[in-house]
Design a protein around this ligand. Structure first.
Ligand SMILES: [Zn+2]
Length: 263
């Protein structure tokens, strides 16, 4: 079984504020190393659990943060922007891991909480339920029949994962204290935990114990933007409904289409 690892940066071990995750931040150089190290720990765990291959998506912002020369030599990587295909290569895989994730926008106390853009998106909903990145990404993978088997990050994103994804293996590498502070596990412990949980998750997946997260159609994705300028023009798509001056939704037959406003 090939395992897809979607890697975000906010929930990576050792990262505790915006200075790490912005490319112009004071600690960005360190963050790239931590990001690479967490992925390597996860890859080791996947192979120990029985994975035959691993495909990793460099998923934070512009998607080009791994220290490529320092990656485990067994991992293939998707880098860069991929437009309206959120999970390039997911159809080749039998399971997905969300590594370094963060809680949805507006979660009180959670570290670096947001939903896709802390600058423009206030809130999002999936079929009427407040939803963050982990729910959307798990649902897009679920449409390909791929279960989300593990989520790593702070305690808040681990709880969010358990709420959405029954049977998922969680991996708490830090405790959120507020949006810009965290209590961090010691580095060797965090890496050992990621490795151990990834191994456990892959074993569970190989036994068929974690079902894909499937959202029955029709699917409605609602966006509440921070400013009016983020709203698509009324009538620009038959699937679009404008709710108010800052809120709109798309309805489609798949999560991926509704997410991107495709017909
Ligand atoms: Zn991110």
């Amino acid at each position: 079984m090939k395992v897809y690892i979607f890697v975000d940066m906010e929930g990576i071990s050792g990262i505790s504020n915006s200075e790490f995750v912005m490319t112009n931040g004071r600690h960005y150089g360190l963050a790239r190393r931590y990001y690479t190290d967490d992925l390597n720990a996860c890859v080791r765990g996947c192979f120990a659990g029985g994975a035959t291959a691993v495909l990793a998506r460099d998923g934070h912002g512009s998607g080009d943060h791994f220290l490529w020369a320092e990656l485990d030599p067994r991992v293939e990587v998707v880098q860069g922007g991929t437009g309206t295909t959120r999970l390039v290569g997911i159809e080749e895989c039998g399971a997905m891991i969300l590594l370094g994730y963060h809680a949805m926008a507006g979660t009180p106390g959670a570290l670096l909480e947001h939903t896709y853009s802390s600058a423009s998106i206030q809130n999002m909903w999936l079929n009427g339920r407040p939803a963050g990145e982990l729910a959307f990404d798990a649902a897009i993978a679920g449409e390909q029949g791929v279960p989300t088997i593990m989520v790593s990050g702070d305690d808040y994103v681990c709880r969010e994962a358990e709420d959405w994804l029954p049977g998922v293996v969680t991996c708490q590498v830090k405790q959120g204290l507020n949006c810009q502070a965290a209590r961090l596990l010691p580095r060797p412990m965090a890496h050992a935990l990621i490795e151990e949980r990834a191994e456990k998750a892959v074993r569970k997946a190989l036994r068929g114990e974690i079902a894909p997260f499937v959202v029955p159609p029709p699917v409605t994705v609602r966006h509440e933007m921070m400013e009016r300028k983020g709203i698509p023009a009324a009538g620009s798509s038959p699937n679009l409904k404008i709710i108010d001056g800052r809120t709109y939704e798309y309805t489609a037959d798949t999560v991926e289409k509704a997410f991107f406003g495709l017909c």
